[in-house]
Design a protein around this ligand. Structure first.
Ligand SMILES: Nc1ccn([C@@H]2O[C@H](COP(=O)(O)OP(=O)(O)OC[C@H](O)CO)[C@@H](O)[C@H]2O)c(=O)n1
Length: 361
């Protein structure tokens, strides 16, 4: 739902957070991408600076920022300046005391391998919270050994889950590793399956290298965390680089196994009703869709494709029954009402009606 600024006047939110994606900083000149769209490399750092200045000015300031990935561009690698570029953006981020939660996108993996990323300041999993009710295995950097995902609770009624949409990926993993082989096997099998799927043909093909997915271990972990959230009556916001709903993006940017991921977070049979929103980046043109289960899918417009007089970031205010995205530049204002929680074994199954059914399409 898009709303005007007047509609956004509300009582004090429980808390607020910032959201931004695809800064793709590089010292290279502005120019057309391979998609024939203008990329404003000379403005992207300025846009990040402006976002930080605005978040610093907000009162109260956002509790944290979700940085949705692709913070530096692949061109830095060709220029031999990956580390320098990363230091440049991190220096800007140090201008604020608001903690940033960093997500890894394809451009992180074009510039660095996963071992480097784990040891870098882009690994913010040390800010995770561990729950006794489910098993989490972390290595010395605070990450799971196989993937980069964690969760934290900024408020007693809410939890944020950061997921790794390049857990299945042929980027960033060593070619002799099991993860690389599993990813190749997944792509091969999925491509066979897709041949009968009319939705993903021609330019709409999502089984391409610059997308990725969640591996089976991460999906099980997500399932466990969501079970805990259901038990605690927490609302959950998930954030990852790659969109997971075909209607929430305009380009082929879609997770390889988006159906498996949706199955976990939507859950028809009474559990996992906690997820209210999934934030993604990757598709710089942005997108939005409320799925058939009432989950909002917000794909943030990319900073890198925002002209000098614009920008692409937002502040999200969290309330009891809704979240309000206050967009800046190309990002629209949105009021996102949470899905209704149905009791276990509710009759809201396909083909049946229920008074709680919100009849979402
Ligand atoms: N028509 C095209 C254009 C490009 N590609 C290939 O896609 C790969 C990734 O492109 P890139 O622009 O570097 O990826 P981003 O993550 O920056 O952007 C993704 C979104 O599309 C932006 O909205 C690259 O290998 C190109 O060759 C293509 O297949 N078809």
């Amino acid at each position: 739902m898009e709303e005007t600024a007047e509609f956004l006047q509300e009582a004090d939110p429980y808390f607020s957070f910032g959201v931004i994606g695809d800064v793709q900083y590089s010292p290279k000149p502005n120019g057309l991408s391979s998609w024939r769209v203008m990329r404003y490399f000379q403005q992207s750092l300025l846009h990040l600076q402006q976002a930080i200045e605005e978040w610093n000015r907000e009162d109260p300031s956002p509790k944290f920022v979700l940085q949705l990935g692709d913070i530096i561009d692949t061109s830095n690698r060709k220029l031999g300046r990956s580390v320098e570029a990363l230091e440049t953006v991190l220096k800007e981020i140090e201008q604020t005391s608001i903690p940033f939660h960093h997500i890894w996108g394809n451009h992180e993996l074009y510039n660095f391998n996963r071992d480097f990323l784990k040891r870098s300041k882009l690994n913010t999993s040390w800010m995770h919270e561990q729950q006794n009710v489910h098993s989490e295995r972390h290595d010395e950097t605070g990450s799971h050994p196989d993937y980069y995902a964690y969760h934290f609770s900024p408020h007693s009624k809410f939890r944020i889950i950061v997921v790794d949409t390049y857990d299945l990926s042929i980027f960033g993993r060593k070619k002799d590793s099991q993860g690389y082989q599993d990813s190749l096997d997944f792509l091969e099998k999925a491509e066979e399956g897709e041949q009968n799927d009319n939705f993903h043909v021609g330019s709409n093909r999502h089984l391409v290298e610059f997308n990725g997915g969640l591996g089976s271990k991460q999906l099980s972990w997500l399932d466990e965390v969501l079970t805990y959230c259901d038990q605690q009556n927490e609302r959950v916001i998930i954030a990852g680089h790659v969109p997971i709903h075909p209607e929430a993006k305009r380009t082929p940017c879609l997770a390889w196994n988006y159906k498996d991921i949706l199955q976990v977070i939507q859950s028809v049979f009474g559990s996992h009703q906690s997820v209210v929103c999934y934030f993604a980046g990757h598709d710089h043109s942005g997108g939005y869709h409320q799925d058939s289960h009432g989950i909002h899918h917000v794909t943030m417009e990319g900073v890198i494709e925002s002209p000098p007089d614009s920008n692409a970031f937002g502040t999200v205010d969290i309330y009891e029954d809704r979240m309000v995205l206050r967009g800046r530049g190309r990002v629209k204002n949105r009021v996102l009402i949470y899905r209704e929680m149905h009791p276990s074994f509710c009759c809201c199954l396909p083909g049946l009606t229920c008074e709680k059914n919100t009849n979402l399409k």
